[in-house]
Design a protein around this ligand. Structure first.
Ligand code: WTA
Length: 649
């Protein structure tokens, strides 16, 4: 792995929190001081203050068997109770938990009391279907309230959810069902996207068609009103079943280290990793960061995180963080441009959203469309903006603050990963002077370092980001593969967590994230592995060899660009290269999901390789980005690049 660190252009703009914002800030400087004085004591206090424990814990961290951490190990809690019942018991049952906005314009709101009632029924239903504590349930749903209800119902009975993003293919769904050995799948007939219904149930049918999976039941939410096939005995309508179960359910406590969910994410090899999170530590950090990074005043804020529950951001900042904190939030089913390009801004205006959390790729798309679109709506309710998923370029940050935020409200850039479970590096909005484009400082209680390739700690300059102390929401492993967990994250720098990101420390000690340093691409804030797409391409009967790179893209951050060698034996089958490219692009979308569809597939005769046979992706990236080709001296055949370039341009 070679480190390529780009130094970003000098960015000297600074933004102080306004005195009005600072005066009402939830977070105070004492958080940093307390965490510094006693890091474990600090987290124990947060866990006690933010959560309800059925059985209080007496130990904070057990790190006797690294890298397998245990937090609050002898305590017991129920995650769903913490997100629901206790708010009702505290007298806030009438507060709105969810304002749901469907793409076609339908809407529904659930108070905390109503959401609690739904989750209790769903918990009883899952129990009736034979789901027990520790069993896995796959969730394959659009962004509708039932997605949140399902996750909490699974958590409530101590089962483990594995949410699969609705845009993933039947093959990807099956691979995840098999890896986690899920007993039940919760899906919908369809969901709304770009004015049309996309059929989710069909994909589940395809995924399970051989009848050999571990799945006993498929629960189907009625949403798209499209026709679905039915397998008697296996398939059940969600609404029919819920109508038949008991409405009462008492949440019992589970140990703090009881598994809560598995979420798959792309790694550097072909097979996605099932990232495992547990209960007490995860919920503590999700709640702490949601409260302090977003300056949450639950009695008056209306919060909107635009992420889908299929990603970690949807887990921690749509479901667990906000609901643990008793927040009122908006969830939206559809795309930002349906039925018109101002849909998001219309939603903010309609619900008077005060806190918006979204991704740089969305911000850049809106920048391209022009400010007249958001300016047609009132965005005056907004008082805080957040960004996540990839580095936000300073220009996008400034546009976000000015055009969306009216020029005076804080923008927090939050760095974290599926593996970290919750935000790790971010400004705290009432306290930190903001620098556009930098994630800035670890949150209180988190310790990070930037190292050079040999593991030496840097005080300034570019290197590799590591987390040098265990943290409450850290992943507890990779589902079924403890060896891969150690190798991927802990072996490179003995005992420190290697995040896979490059980072630069500026003269103030602030952190600027520089993107992945491994073979993971970041497309629209979603992680994709070059290896996974390459294996999908070579699984096509026309392909002999494939190399995939992430090329810089103005809107999506990076885009998937593939270089493919065709099999000699099939060369006469299709002769038009455009037709082959289109076929292969569609093939990847079908195998993995539309998000993995390459922007371009180039048909080439050879790939640039070193003498030892390693593909030099760096050179292919130069081609894909239309740059001068870099140093080719280590190539086995230096003429290859000329041939490729002439083909591509
Ligand atoms: C990238 C998403 C720069 C990073 C929460 C990380 C970021 C990967 C930022 C994790 C940010 C996320 N600035 N880069 N604020 N946030 N990333 O697992 O490369 O989907 O390793 O988690 O996204 O992606 P994941």
């Amino acid at each position: 792995m070679s480190v390529q660190i780009d130094t970003s252009l000098e960015e000297i703009r600074r933004f102080r929190p306004s005195p009005e914002f600072a005066a009402q800030s939830v977070a105070s400087e004492s958080l940093y001081a307390d965490a510094k004085a006693d890091r474990l004591g600090f987290w124990a206090t947060q866990a006690r203050e933010l959560l309800h424990w059925n059985k209080p814990f007496t130990q904070t961290l057990d790190w006797s068997n690294p890298p397998f951490a245990k937090w609050f190990d002898d305590g017991e809690l129920n995650v769903a109770y913490n997100c629901l019942d206790r708010h009702v018991e505290a007298g806030n049952g009438d507060r709105i938990a969810l304002h749901f906005e469907g793409e076609p314009g339908d809407s529904r709101s659930y108070s905390y009391a109503e959401l609690t009632a739904e989750v209790k029924k769903a918990a009883n239903l899952l129990t009736a279907l034979g789901v027990r504590s520790g069993d896995r349930v796959a969730i394959y749903l659009p962004m509708i309230p039932e997605a949140v209800i399902s996750m909490l119902a699974v958590a409530r009975i101590g089962a483990v959810h594995s949410v699969v993003f609705g845009g993933f293919s039947a093959d990807s769904l099956r691979a995840r069902i098999d890896d986690a050995e899920a007993k039940v799948v919760i899906t919908a007939d369809g969901g709304w996207r770009k004015g049309k219904v996309f059929p989710l149930k069909n994909a589940v049918d395809t995924a399970l068609e051989d009848g050999l999976s571990t799945v006993n039941h498929v629960l189907v939410v009625k949403r798209g009103e499209n026709e679905v096939q039915w397998t008697e005995g296996r398939d059940l309508w969600w609404h029919d079943e819920l109508a038949a179960v008991d409405a009462d359910h008492v949440a019992k406590g589970f140990p703090a280290e009881h598994p809560l969910f598995v979420l798959y994410t792309s790694g550097t090899t072909g097979k996605p990793k099932g990232i495992l999170h547990t209960s007490g530590g995860y919920l503590t950090q999700a709640a702490f960061t949601h409260k302090n990074v977003f300056d949450l005043h639950p009695e008056r804020d209306v919060y909107w995180c635009t992420a889908d529950i299929g990603w970690i951001t949807g887990h921690s900042y749509v479901v667990y963080g906000p609901l643990a904190n008793g927040a009122t939030q908006v969830i939206y089913e559809g795309t930002p441009d349906t039925p018109h390009q101002g849909r998001w801004w219309e939603i903010i205006d309609k619900y008077k959203v005060t806190i918006l959390y979204t991704a740089p790729t969305a911000i850049r798309t809106f920048m391209k469309l022009g400010r007249q679109i958001p300016q047609a709506f009132s965005l005056r309710s907004l008082r805080l903006l957040g960004s996540v998923g990839e580095p936000i370029n300073p220009e996008a940050w400034i546009w976000y603050r000015h055009v969306i935020g009216g020029g005076s409200i804080p923008v927090v850039d939050t760095w974290w990963q599926t593996e970290t479970g919750a935000i790790m590096i971010s400004a705290l909005p009432g306290l930190t002077d903001l620098k556009p484009g930098a994630a800035q400082v670890p949150i209180p209680g988190i310790e990070v370092e930037v190292l050079d390739d040999d593991g030496n700690k840097l005080e300034e300059g570019g290197g590799l980001l590591v987390i040098n102390e265990p943290w409450p929401a850290m992943l507890r492993g990779i589902w079924g593969d403890p060896e891969r967990f150690k190798e991927t994250y802990w072996d490179k720098f003995q005992g420190k967590y290697f995040a896979g990101d490059g980072a630069r420390l500026d003269e103030d000690g602030d952190i600027w994230l520089l993107g992945r340093v491994d073979d993971v691409m970041n497309v629209s804030g979603h992680r994709l592995s070059t290896a996974e797409i390459e294996s999908s391409l070579v699984a096509h009967h026309l392909t002999a060899e494939a190399a995939v790179v992430g090329a810089a893209d103005e809107t999506t951050g990076q885009a998937v660009v593939a270089f493919v060698i065709l099999k000699q034996s099939h060369q006469d089958e299709v002769t038009d290269p455009d037709e082959i490219s289109a076929m292969l692009r569609a093939h990847v979308a079908q195998q993995i999901g539309a998000i993995a569809r390459p922007r371009e597939v180039f048909i080439v005769n050879e790939l640039p390789k070193t003498r030892s046979g390693k593909i030099m992706r760096r050179l292919l990236r130069d081609v894909a980005e239309g740059r001068e080709i870099g140093d080719t001296t280590t190539l086995a055949d230096t003429a290859v690049m000329q041939i490729i370039t002439s083909k591509v341009r």
